[in-house]
Design a protein around this ligand. Structure first.
Ligand SMILES: *Cc1c(COP(=O)(O)O)cnc(C)c1O
Length: 496
């Protein structure tokens, strides 16, 4: 299987080249040229397998230049195992009622769903470097608003021939998120705060990536820069697995029969997670509607409803910060497939987005989009109400991102009457966002710092995930902070 660019179909790369390269040279996203098909027999064969075995079976359909032995080794290199995940099912389903199930993706080392891909990406990437005869050491540069940075640090820590350097906005992450990064262990890691907001950190990283002098200087030192965000195919592919796995789990629970459709509702920011679900559907997984859930930054809701993507709007800082995004990069891959592989149309839309901040898709594309997707959003008040009511009615504690998904699923059912069994996706542990969860539950005085973890335990009777609880005992290793202009010095110092 070849990988092509969404902006130029004549690009033709192997899977390992696509993963090593990250982004196409023309700025497009590298994407498999077709989607392999799975059938009932394939799903039947997965039912008795472990999560790691399911991952190998699905991923090998896309990674022809990787052997089954390699993939098995990666998924076992501590990745989908008990020293990393606190639930042996890895991505367990919790059933609220016969038709409503929650797919919990936060049982990994950093308590957010980014682990599902970022535990594996370093192994896919280093193997890809070997296969493409790249001899330099890769340095992953990340600008993060919270979850990605920590998950990437945990994934890449002490992985041979890799370095990782994470920049985060000094006052733009939650207390828990900040501590998670400042206490990061490992011999190949660096973390630095940037004065300013997330945009400052991200702009700073983009400038480093396009700095040709820096590139040449680092090459002389034996390094090259790469990125770990969800534009890399190695981030999307591991996410296809859990949608297929959840379907097998529903079969095993006996709540559906083979071939029955299931709706999936995904809390969405950069469109990576829900895109993986759409890929699973295109491969043949019996999925009904894909429900795209946004917070107040509802650019995707409007897009699905009108066919107009317009990022010229107010940016809101919400209690679901990982969805505070106005440009959802992975939408480009969906546009490519829905337009029937029209690379010129996609390049045109992206150019308009760059110059005017908006584009309007063709009527044909809009019709396809609406046939597959429903878009809805929850504002802050409703998100808080949902955290409280799901706790009171179901005795189930969810974080703000998950609450957005739950709320949009409820709205979808009310508006359409579609009672197809549904899975809503839980992307973070509620303990990662203690303060907002406690406030939503009606607690008047939220304890400062990590004491809020204990407070949430005593209110809910649930223990905090071990990696969060143990933050208290960890030494702070990275206290530095710099202005945007000094980020280059941090890179040069780390890669001596
Ligand atoms: C990253 C993230 C999301 C959004 O996922 P996308 O793939 O960017 O759509 C949702 N919830 C949490 C907790 C996240 O960390």
């Amino acid at each position: 299987m070849k990988y092509i660019s969404t902006r130029d179909k004549t690009v033709s790369l192997t899977a390992s080249q696509a993963i090593a390269q990250g982004l196409a040279r023309d700025g497009g996203l590298l994407t498999p040229e077709y989607l392999p098909q799975i059938d009932a027999a394939f799903l039947e064969g997965l039912r008795e397998k472990t999560y790691g075995q399911r991952a190998v079976a699905v991923m090998k359909l896309f990674l022809e230049d990787f052997s089954e032995e390699e993939l098995t080794a990666f998924t076992q290199a501590g990745y989908y195992g008990p020293d990393k995940f606190d639930d042996e099912r890895i991505a367990p389903l919790t059933t609220l009622d016969d038709k409503t199930h929650c797919l919990e993706l936060w049982h990994g080392p950093t308590s957010a769903f980014k682990d599902m891909a970022l535990q594996l990406l370093p192994h896919l990437l280093t193997a890809s470097l070997r296969k493409t005869d790249e001899e330099k050491t890769v340095c992953i540069l990340v600008a993060t608003s919270g979850d990605t940075g920590k998950a990437a640090l945990e994934g890449f820590k002490d992985v041979d021939r890799t370095r990782i350097l994470v920049f985060y906005p000094k006052d733009g992450v939650s207390e828990v998120q900040g501590l998670q990064m400042k206490t990061q262990e490992g011999n190949n890691v660096g973390v630095c705060a940037v004065h300013g907001n997330f945009d400052d950190a991200q702009t700073g990283v983009k400038i480093l990536f396009s700095d040709e002098t820096l590139r040449a200087d680092l090459a002389r030192r034996g390094y090259f820069l790469s990125s770990a965000n969800s534009i890399n195919w190695g981030r999307i592919l591991p996410q296809v697995v859990y949608y297929i796995s959840a379907y097998c789990d529903l079969l095993n629970k006996g709540t559906i029969s083979m071939g029955d459709k299931v709706n999936y509702c995904v809390p969405t920011g950069n469109f990576g997670n829900i895109l993986a679900c759409w890929f699973a559907k295109q491969m043949g997984l019996p999925v009904g509607k894909l429900i795209c859930a946004s917070n107040s930054n509802n650019v995707l809701t409007d897009f699905i409803q009108t066919g107009v993507y317009d990022k010229n709007r107010t940016f809101y800082t919400t209690m679901s910060p990982s969805m505070d995004i106005l440009v959802s990069s992975n939408l480009e891959r969906l546009l490519f497939f829905l337009s029937g592989g029209d690379d010129r149309a996609v390049a045109g839309y992206m150019k308009q987005l760059n110059t005017t901040g908006s584009y309007t898709v063709s009527d044909a594309l809009k019709a396809k989009l609406q046939a597959e997707f429903y878009g809805g959003f929850c504002d802050e008040t409703r998100t808080g109400e949902i955290i409280k009511s799901v706790w009171e009615k179901e005795h189930y504690l969810i974080d703000p991102h998950t609450a957005v998904a739950y709320g949009v699923l409820a709205e979808y059912r009310e508006k359409t009457g579609d009672e197809t069994p549904a899975v809503f996706v839980s992307t973070a542990s509620p303990f990662k966002f203690c303060a907002d969860v406690l406030e939503s539950l009606g607690v008047e005085k939220v304890a400062p710092g990590l004491d809020a973890l204990d407070q949430l335990t005593s209110v809910s009777g649930r223990p905090a995930p071990a990696p969060l609880a143990s933050l208290r005992n960890k030494a702070v290793r990275f206290e530095g902070s710099v202005d945007k202009e000094q980020m280059i010095d941090v890179v040069l110092e780390m890669l001596q």
